[in-house]
Design a binder for this molecule. Structure first.
Ligand SMILES: Cc1ncc(COP(=O)(O)O)c(C=O)c1O
Length: 372
């Protein structure tokens, strides 16, 4: 198996080509991270020798209760509940919001896609603040919309006035993660309130909120133009099962529910997410352990002469790489089985992003960074 689809597959006959929507020819593909089995095969090492610090995954894995529930479930041959009633009900206690505010998706990625398909006409605009999560501009491109970037400042803070000033009659959405990926800082509440005043939909993507202990969910009942996105991928260790959810005004939730594929979240995802909410104490202990490990990793990274880590409220740390090539550093670590993230964009070309793993991963990483 090659790593990409074969080049011939991108050539269509003129007859078929004319059926395509023209804007798709210009959509740049999203660059995803590679799965463990591909990395281990490439290096010729066993899967469990791979230290995967490139995907902001939770290396503690799913909760034991989730694993037991998955093993016990006898309903894999039956379609899942299209309304995800049990999970949405369980989420009311976790989020403090009623079921009418909650939409469940195949990862929060699906909710980003659905929100754009609900709102964007070709030529519409979404506002993003780079450096940030790449799916926003990717999904906008799929909808033939334009992602307009209002770059963050040197400390990665959002320039809320500049974002508000960029809103025009074609602007439908503002998308801001809190904590931001990859800079790991929070969106300030004052900035969020300023942006809500613009009247366009403000999507606060809280994929990493559990590691920061801060949320905008309490504002959802007060602002019909606020959407808060969450996921089980990070704090609950279910990235591979793809369960996310959105918190929003009931009418918006209803509309997203109408346009989503009915069986968008599978039985395994629902079973594991429900069991995770029943194993909160243990999962929250792990979140605390990851936050503590983040602080240890940050302190240790500060001792590496060629790295300048930025403070983090998430489960990853962005580092500026000084006087050496960031991509070269990423490749050198990959050569010894440690995978970190490098982004080939002008602002981030001199940086790497390192996910917080288990204590033994920090120790191995630091030993290699000191040796290199
Ligand atoms: C900011 C942000 N939002 C959303 C996601 C996607 O989350 P999910 O796994 O729920 O699709 C990620 C994943 O890395 C992310 O960094």
């Amino acid at each position: 198996m090659t790593d990409t689809l074969s080049p011939q597959s991108s050539v269509l006959s003129p007859d078929l080509d004319r059926l395509l929507r023209p804007h798709f020819r210009a959509v740049a593909p999203y660059t995803p991270i590679e799965p463990v089995e591909v990395l281990s095969r490439r290096l010729g090492i066993p899967d469990d020798a791979v230290i995967k610090l490139d995907g902001n995954e939770n290396l503690y894995g799913p909760s034991p209760r989730a694993l037991e529930a998955l093993a016990r479930c006898a309903r894999y041959h039956i379609y899942p509940d299209p309304l995800q009633r049990d999970l949405r009900q369980a989420l009311t206690a976790y989020t403090g919001l009623g079921v009418e505010h909650i939409v469940v998706g195949n990862g929060s990625d699906e909710l980003i896609d659905l929100l754009m398909r609900l709102t964007l006409e070709p030529g519409d605009r979404v506002l993003t603040c780079s450096p940030t999560f790449g799916m926003y501009s990717f999904n906008a491109g799929v909808c033939a919309a334009t992602a307009v970037d209002i770059p963050r400042d040197a400390a990665f803070a959002v320039d809320a006035e500049a974002v508000a000033a960029a809103v025009d009659e074609r602007t439908k959405l503002i998308l801001l993660p809190s904590p931001n990926n990859p800079s790991a800082n929070l969106l300030l509440r004052a900035d969020l309130l300023r942006l809500l005043e613009t009247g366009v939909l403000v999507v606060v993507d809280e994929a990493y909120a559990e590691f920061a202990g801060e949320t905008a969910a309490d504002l959802v009942p007060h602002y019909e133009n606020l959407v808060v996105l969450r996921t089980f991928s990070k704090w609950a260790g279910l990235a591979g099962l793809r369960v996310g959810y959105g918190l929003m005004a009931p009418r918006l939730a209803q509309l997203l529910d109408h346009i989503k594929p009915p069986y968008n979240v599978n039985v395994a995802g629902l079973v594991a997410a429900l069991a995770s909410l029943e194993d909160l104490a243990l999962l929250q202990e792990r979140v605390q352990a990851i936050a503590a490990e983040r602080e240890r990793l940050y302190t240790l990274l500060q001792t590496v002469p060629y790295l300048r880590p930025y403070p983090s409220r998430a489960n990853f740390i962005l580092c500026a790489v000084m006087e050496r090539d960031a991509r070269g550093l990423k490749d050198a670590l990959a050569g010894v089985g440690i995978f970190i993230r490098f982004f080939d964009t002008p602002r981030l070309r001199g940086s790497v992003r390192i996910s917080v793993g288990l204590p033994e991963h920090t120790d191995r990483l630091l030993a290699e960074l000191r040796r290199m």
